[in-house]
Ligand binder design. Structure first.
Ligand code: OFO
Length: 170
């Protein structure tokens, strides 16, 4: 692998692990305000982010590059409402989409077709990541001010199931 794409993929491992750390922090906040379903949803999301980081880890190793882990930034720990949290999660996913697009552009510039191909999974995944955060934003807006509505969504959020994608080997 050329050094620029290798450096940016190593940075992406950090970005994905930070995403997981942020969602884990959001989960802790939901626990602290008595919304266990939202907390569970966020912990599931944190596990998915670990899987995303691991996809890059595996890919770099397969290509003969060296994985170099960097310090993970401390995440925010306080928010003012569930809506504010999901708006922040949506904004964060837009940032990650920007990162993935940048990686694709670098791989294209370097004519690294294998990396362009590898990154397509993430291009599609980011559409889902943004959509799922935005869907919760819209639902929370609909029930704003209604505790009953919030608890109803909390119960639904508790149903999320994490299934490790079989194509990712740990
Ligand atoms: Fe890894 O997709 Fe969210 O951040």
């Amino acid at each position: 692998m050329k050094s620029k794409i290798l450096e940016e993929m190593n940075k992406q491992i950090n970005e994905e692990l930070f995403s997981g750390y942020l969602y884990y922090s959001m989960s802790a906040y939901f626990e602290s305000v008595g919304l266990p379903g939202f907390a569970h949803w966020m912990r599931t999301q944190a596990l998915e982010e670990q899987e995303h980081a691991h996809r890059f880890y595996n890919y770099i190793n397969e290509r003969g590059g060296d994985v170099k882990l960097q310090a993970i930034e401390a995440p925010q720990t306080e928010w003012s409402s569930p809506l504010q949290i999901f708006e922040a999660a949506y904004k964060h996913e837009q940032h990650i989409t920007g990162r993935i697009n940048k990686l694709v552009e670098i791989a294209q510039e370097e004519k690294d077709h294998a990396s362009v191909n590898f990154l397509q999974w993430f291009v599609a995944e980011q559409v889902e990541e943004e959509a799922s955060a935005d869907e919760v934003v819209q639902r929370l807006k609909l029930v704003e001010g209604s505790k009953g509505g919030l608890f109803m969504i909390d119960r639904e959020m508790a149903q999320r199931v994490y299934a490790l994608n079989p194509e990712v080997t740990f």
